[in-house]
Structure formats: structure tokens, C-alpha cells
Design a protein around this ligand. Sequence first.
Ligand SMILES: [Zn+2]
Length: 443
Amino acid sequence: MSVNNKKNASTIISASWIFTSNSKNELLSDYSIVIKNDKIIDLISQDEVFEKYEANEVYQLTDHIITPGLINAHSHVAMSLFKGFADDLPLQDWLNNYIWPAEKKFVNSQFVKEGSILALSEMIKSGVTTFNDMYFFPNATAEASKELGVRSNIGLVVLDFPTNYASDPEDYLVKGFDFRDKWRNEDLISTSIAPHAPYSVSDKAFNLINTYSEELDLNIHIHLHETIWEIEDSIEKYGITPIQRLNNLGIIGPSLIAAHCVHLNEQDLSILASNKVNIVHNPSSNMKLGSGIADVARMIGQNLNISLGTDSSASNNRLDIMEEMRLAALLIKGTTKSPELLPAFQAINMATINGAKALGLDSLIGSIEKNKKADLIAIDLNSILSQPSYNPLSTLVYSSSRSDVNYVWINGDIKLKAKVLVNLDEEKITQISKSWQTKIKQI
Ligand SMILES: [Zn+2]
């Protein structure tokens, strides 16, 4: 308590609108968020905030809406250096003939660090404050996450075949556990185990992964039922779909984060629903690779938790959750001919609290509530492109874009101020990315 009886806070942010994404989906008007260090300590009317609090930093954001920071629930951030390297190709051709050979030639710790810094800079500018990643050399991704102060859940990747990073499933896991030991006390970084996909991981490796995930209480992050090819390949090799196979192996459960799930028969859907699997919908990547459009309406009908992901910049080519939110809201209407499905507030839930639930971080992030971490974004609704704005949630989902993200805070720290990255040299990051482009295009 200071001499004038006001409580000290670090930051006070006042805005015309605050969409909490809490269990009641409250939309507050003319409210303030009070932050102390890394946490939200109060949500209070603008009329009262300065009677009760004083703060070092004060933001008065008229004509802005504040939402929880967006959560990118499926990414491979380092692959931003492959953005536009191989486009307009089907998934298997794209992977076998372009991405995997390029990874063999170029991916090392420096590639992952510099690619991650590029990606995290893009995500901050796009209002993404947390990402759920799966890639090689996770230490380099974690270093970028710590340096830029972006929250991450980093997947310890496992594959059957050797890469520049590791030789076999045991080697991937040993390196993964060294990673976990090194970073386990880091505030912004959590870990999961990330078997790449059913077609690239053997039963034997899945059995190991199952044991470790239970022992260490780690979520499992995987690509699942992304293409028709993957399902046909599994039926040919195992006589069952990948979901049925993983169910037999004990991998399917509430700690599973399943990216894609584009093609599901009734039995697959019922296995996912009865096991409360977390689904990550990646509409841009699925469309760009011609994989299909996930039947989100059917999944919502089964009460599955559905979050949003960008996948990598090599298959998107944007790390833009606002765009995924708009696409998700439009595709479900177009494919079902039911415009009432996925109203704006639910699309925002997908991009925020649903992602937090998938990562097991919903006690910390995903909604604007007292005692949660201050991961917040402010979107300018005053742009001529957003006029008129009858309903701020509709404007946000259907009219706004990431270029309207004006301010970003992660863990109470400001990361984007009036659209400018704080403490980051954009020119230097651009130059480093261009020097990779020069090397990679020669492949
Ligand atoms: Zn992916």
C-alpha cells in the first residue's frame, strides 16, 4: 500500500471492450485490466480503477478490444525458413521430395534458432502469445521462446528414421528427456512428447512413448488422420485406421493433442469423443496441401475440444491464428450450409481457451480472469477497414486482420507496442532470413 492508499500495480490497460473468453463468455465494456508482475490481479470498471490502483504503465485504448493472447496449438516454427520454398504440391510429394531432403541438408541448431526467431516475431505481430511446437533441435526453439518471451509447449519429436537431430526412437527420446530436464523450471516453457505421425512411428516406439508420457505426466502431440493416404496406408499395413491402431496401443486419451483429424469414420470419431481427445483444426494447411476440410461440425456435435493451429509456414504460409479463426468460422458454415454454426464468440474460444485446455495450461492462460497470467492482445477496431462496428466480436472475427493487432503482452511484459516489436531488431531478423533464402534456394 502506498501513502495515498492506492494499491501498486505494474500495468493498467483500459479498453472499450474486453472479451474474457471465460466460462460465461463475458464481454466487458469500458473496463480495465490490472496487472501485477506476470498476473492479472483485477478486472474493474474504468470509473473506479484509478481510485483503487496506481501503475507504472497505463494504456488507454479507446476503440480497441482486448482478448486473451491467441494460442497456436499446432506449429513447427523453425520451418518458417521454408516459407514459399515448395508450394502447390500434395502432402506426400511435398514431404518426400522437397521438405525432407531440404531438412537433411540444412536443419541444424542454428537453422532452428534463427527460423524460430523469425516465426516468433511473426506470431507476436499476429497476436499469438503461445505456440505448441514439434520439431528437431528443441533446445534452439526453447532458447528463442525464452529470448523473445513467447510462451511455448515444445514437443519432444520422435520418428522411426534418422535425421540430423537423432538416429532412432530411443535416441530421440533420450535427447528429449535431456531437453525436459534442462527447461523444466522455465516459466514460459512446457513440454510434451511428439511422435510425428502414425505412419512414421512404429508400434514399439509408441509403446515406449506411452510408458514415458504416463510416468512423466506429459501430453502427446501428433499429426493424426491428416490425409486419405495415411488412412489407406495404415489399413494396408495394419488392417485398421491409425486412430484404431493408436487406440489399441493405449495412446488415445485426454492427454492426446491430435492435429488435423480431417478424415474420420464413425468409429474413429467415437473413439476420439469417448476418450476426450483434443483436436487441433488447421484449415489453411489442410486446404493448401489439398488434404481436405475437417468436419468440425461433427466434432462439435460430440463435444470435442477443438483448438486452432497454423501448422508450419511451409504449408500455410502464415502463422496467423486470426485468419484460421475466420476460416474456421466460414468453412463450417459453407460445408454444412448452416450459418448459425460456430458464431464469432465460439471461434474466439477456439483460438484462446480451447487451445489452453488442449495444452493443459487452462489454469494459467486462455481467458482473462483474476490470477491468470497476463497474456493479452489489443486489436484496433477503429480502422476504416473495420467500420462500422456494430458488434466488436463480429468485427474481430469477420472484418479485422492481424495487421489490426496493436499491442501484445505476454506474462505481463509488453511485446508489441503500437504495432512495433519491443526490443527486437526487425531489420536484422529480416536480413538473417534472407541469407537462409539464398542458401536454401540453391538446393
Ligand atoms: Zn504439422
